[in-house]
Ligand binder design. Structure first.
Ligand code: BES
Ligand code: ZN
Length: 613
């Protein structure tokens, strides 16, 4: 399949002819019909006199009328045939005027099948009082929420008015203005403004029975009231993380940094929606041990949201840099350089695992070819961990952490408010390190292998192993012990382990040949992995059990994939269960029973994992 458009393989738009410069949405939420109804005003800039039309991306939208905002004259349009994940091309004839700028108004509604939106009935929420709506636009779902140039090549500020039943609070990825109440209609209109230009994938909305607690001078945490105090405890380090990031990369420009804890079906760990990061409730471990996801989303306030990849093919620019900054922040708060190296080596192993198991080896390229490919299908940890490994390796080449941090700051300063590709990044790297010595070192890097090679990177960086060694030792003890040796293990074996070390201990066991079931029984009795709250530990414990074909793990595995919908957990477990013949049918039955309650992206990807599609 050819690229859809000239600047981004996943978008029909042609921003070099005519580009969106501003967007204003005015929508009403219809919880009964599961649709948003209203209009969007789009301000456009024509790049030359002969531009007669503009092309937008849409998916499953009903367009009722398009007018020139200035004259209210009706504008003709054609809506193309749907093309799967990419949706339908919308071509609009622009008013015949000599103005470079034009604002058009599109009256439209979303459909019940909008892939950006999940609608929950009251019974599906924690409080069971009100319905709930949330969006997830990255990678290319914004087009099913609003007609737009759905490519990160284009950035624009937005404003919004959203009307909802008065019992429901609405938030967006923007700063809030005072809501306007309509008592006789029992509705409220919520108003928002995002002044900073953003790519379409950062548009976000949530509506539900949610409340907030202050967790810092510029931060609140939002969730249903059942979880809000727990969330405030879990994410209490937010301000400290923001300050650590600011010291490294410059001021936080987005005003507020709030967090929203979503219902369990939220498909990701976190999503960096500006002013309002979305996170999964599976981060609520009661000991702040999973707050690195918040450090990650905070980092995107610079790497991703200020400097943005210009298409999904360069997604590693967003995620590789963000993981790099995340690990800087996390280790500065706890554990220092040893901890950073520990997290880095865990990442390398995760990359190795992805390289071993990904069905399509072409998706192991740092810069994949995404023509005709649904970015959700290509998604994996490769851009995160191969991208991180490249930066971690470069750090050693150019003179160490301090020198490399200065490069990162200069990178942000140079490209903030812009969208770029890997070539621009690489040119800037060479420009920044301009002394002959460093130039020589950088020229010796096998760039072609790093950027376009499949499989593992050409070089493995060195990692300090002081925090990993205890995990390796404990793992080897368990692997080598015989049934008669079980008494050497005790309840307190892991007492000096941090949560991330416990997790690594299980990781290392997963990489070994399957354990005999008596070892799992003993481990379960001593360490209680089956009932831990920490979702990352529970996830790995379940995978270890499935690997050993331990029948007792099946009900735990099925419960885990049904009670939460984070794809990072749900997809590998379903895939593991599918490969185990004794569990396969149970996995399929469980999926069939729950699929209507699942987020549609998760449901369709799991269907592929279970070979049902
Ligand atoms: N932006 C991503 C989530 C995303 C990526 C959604 C692509 C849709 C398409 C977010 O910042 C992210 O990377 N989340 C990770 C956090 C982890 C790496 C700490 C996640 O969800 O697990
Ligand atoms: Zn990210």
């Amino acid at each position: 399949m050819a690229a859809l458009g000239p600047v981004d393989p996943s978008s029909f738009s042609e921003p070099e002819r005519c580009v969106v410069t501003k967007l204003h949405v005015d929508l009403e939420i219809d919880f009964a019909k599961h649709v948003l109804v209203g209009s969007v005003d789009i301000t456009l800039e024509k790049k030359s006199e002969d531009v007669k039309t503009v092309i937008l991306d849409t998916r499953d939208l009903t367009i009722s009328r398009i007018v020139d905002r200035a004259t209210i004259s009706v504008l003709p349009f054609t809506l193309g045939e749907p093309t799967g994940p990419f949706g339908s091309k919308l071509e609009i004839t622009l008013p015949t005027s000599s103005d470079k700028q034009v604002t058009i108004s599109i009256e439209y509604s979303t459909s019940e099948t909008s892939t950006a939106l999940q609608w929950l009935r009251p019974e599906q929420t924690a409080g069971k009082r009100q319905p709930y709506l949330f969006s997830q636009c990255q990678a290319i779902h914004a087009r099913s929420l609003v007609p737009c140039q759905d490519t990160p090549y284009v950035k624009f500020p937005y404003t919004a008015k959203v009307t909802a039943p008065e019992e429901v609070t609405v938030l967006m990825s923007a700063l809030r203005k005072d809501p306007v109440r309509h008592p006789n209609k029992r509705t409220t209109t919520h108003e928002f403004e995002q002044k900073i230009p953003i790519p379409s994938y950062l548009i976000a909305i949530v509506a539900g029975d949610i409340e907030s607690r202050d967790i810092g001078p510029r931060s609140k945490v939002w969730s249903e009231k059942e979880l809000v105090d727990m969330a405030a405890y879990e994410f209490a380090e937010t301000e400290q993380m923001l300050q650590t990031a600011e010291a490294m990369l410059g001021p936080y420009v987005w005003g507020h940094y709030d967090l929203l804890v979503l219902p369990p079906s939220f498909p990701y760990g976190g999503m960096e929606n500006p002013c309002l990061t979305f996170v999964t409730p599976t981060l609520l471990a009661k000991d702040r041990s999973l707050a690195n996801v918040v450090a990650h989303e905070i980092s995107h306030s610079w790497t991703g949201n200020l400097v943005t990849n210009n298409s999904c093919e360069h997604f590693w620019l967003n995620e590789g840099h963000t993981v790099f900054v995340e690990r800087k922040i996390a280790s500065r708060l706890h554990g220092g350089e040893q901890m950073r190296h520990f997290m880095a080596s865990e990442g390398w192993d995760a990359l190795q695992n992805a390289v071993n198991t990904l069905e399509n080896p072409l998706y192991t390229k740092l810069i994949p070819d995404l023509k005709g490919v649904d970015p959700d299908d290509a998604f994996s940890i490769v851009p995160y961990e191969k991208g991180f490994a490249l930066l971690f390796y470069l750090e050693t080449l150019v003179g160490g952490p301090d020198v490399f941090e200065k490069f990162l700051k200069a990178y942000i300063d140079t490209f903030k408010y812009k969208s770029i590709n890997s070539k621009t990044w690489k040119n800037f790297l060479f420009l920044h390190f301009s002394d002959t010595e460093t130039q020589k070192v950088l020229n010796d890097v096998d760039w072609d292998a790093w950027f376009f090679g499949v499989g593992m990177p050409p070089v493995k960086p060195d990692y300090d192993t002081s925090l990993r060694d205890p995990c390796t030792n404990m793992c080897n003890m368990w692997v080598e012990a015989s049934e008669a040796d079980m008494s050497q293990f005790g309840k307190h074996d892991l007492h000096d382990f941090s949560s991330i070390q416990e997790r690594e201990f299980i990781n290392l066991l997963i990489q070994k040949p399957p354990l005999p079931v008596f070892k799992l029984e003993k481990m379960n009795e001593l360490y209680q992995f089956g009932v831990v709250i920490n979702s990352e530990i529970r996830f790995r414990w379940i995978r270890l059990g499935i690997r050993a074909q331990w029948p007792k793990i099946i009900p735990l595995a099925l419960a885990f994939v049904s009670e939460q919908g984070r794809m990072k957990f749900v997809r590998p477990i379903y895939t593991d269960l599918y490969k185990w013949e004794a569990a396969r049918q149970k996995a399929i039955d469980n999926y069939m029973e729950h699929k209507d309650e699942m987020h549609n992206t998760t449901a369709s990807l799991v269907a592929k994992d279970l070979k049902l599609m």
